[in-house]
Design a protein around this ligand. Structure first.
Ligand SMILES: [Zn+2]
Ligand SMILES: [Zn+2]
Ligand SMILES: [Zn+2]
Length: 151
């Protein structure tokens, strides 16, 4: 996602999260806010230890479990997606509604773009039914080359 004011993405994400926490009556603590801000540093996925080392560089060295707990919280609230295949995290573009999503992962630049195609979800749900399997949630990770890298 080139040529855009990314600061707006960050501001939006933090504002949305703060509002949702208020609505849901959960605490948006300083560490949770800072971790979310770092996840949103770019549209690339980021690993937990990179978050840790950035936080350490910026002064107060946080305890690793604190950061992992903050990440768990952010994933639980739907503010952040875990990219299982990379063991990394990426900010969610619409945390206000829970959704099954498809993550388009660029193998070149690491950018993760979200696709939320309802048809994919419906198809998979129906297909799983033929196996009498009830799906809880679907996060698909799709690898390829993004628009920007294909230029
Ligand atoms: Zn952005
Ligand atoms: Zn999302
Ligand atoms: Zn790319």
């Amino acid at each position: 996602m080139p040529n855009h004011n990314h600061q707006l993405c960050i501001d939006n994400a933090l504002k949305n999260a703060a509002e949702l926490c208020r609505e849901r009556n959960v605490r948006f603590t300083e560490i949770r806010r800072r971790v979310l801000e770092l996840v949103w540093a770019s549209h690339r996925s980021i690993k937990a230890y990179d978050i840790l080392s950035t936080l350490s560089e910026k002064g107060k060295k946080p305890q690793p479990p604190t950061v992992y707990r903050a990440l768990d919280f952010l994933v639980e609230q739907g503010f952040v997606h875990k990219v299982e295949s990379q063991n990394a995290f990426v900010g969610c573009i619409h945390p206000e509604h829970s959704h099954n999503c498809q993550l388009l992962i660029c193998e070149k630049c690491g950018t993760v773009e979200e696709l939320c195609n309802e048809n994919v979800t419906t198809e998979l749900t129906n297909a799983a039914k033929t196996k009498t399997f009830r799906i809880k949630n679907i996060t698909l990770e799709i690898k390829g080359i993004c628009k920007n890298c294909r230029k």
